[in-house]
Write a protein that binds this ligand. Structure first.
Ligand SMILES: [Zn+2]
Length: 70
């Protein structure tokens, strides 16, 4: 298939390494919000039940299998 280049914006110059890297300094993965469990102190995500103790808002909402923990 032959492309009709008149239909496209064609780069006048190749983007330099520096310009490319400067542009990509904004491309990074954001770190999600993180809090600690008030019951056990484990690092958890807000508005979610704690994975290590199974508590959410002073109430056990998830049964955590303690035997599988080391
Ligand atoms: Zn916890």
């Amino acid at each position: 298939m032959k492309l009709n280049l008149q239909l496209f914006g064609v780069p006048f110059r190749r983007t330099s390494k520096t310009k490319k890297r400067m542009r990509r300094t904004h491309l990074k993965k954001e770190v999600g919000a993180i809090t600690t469990c008030p019951k056990c102190g484990a690092t958890i995500r807000p508005h979610r039940a704690c994975l290590s103790c199974g508590f959410y808002k002073d109430e056990e909402v998830v049964k955590v299998n303690k035997d599988e923990e080391k």
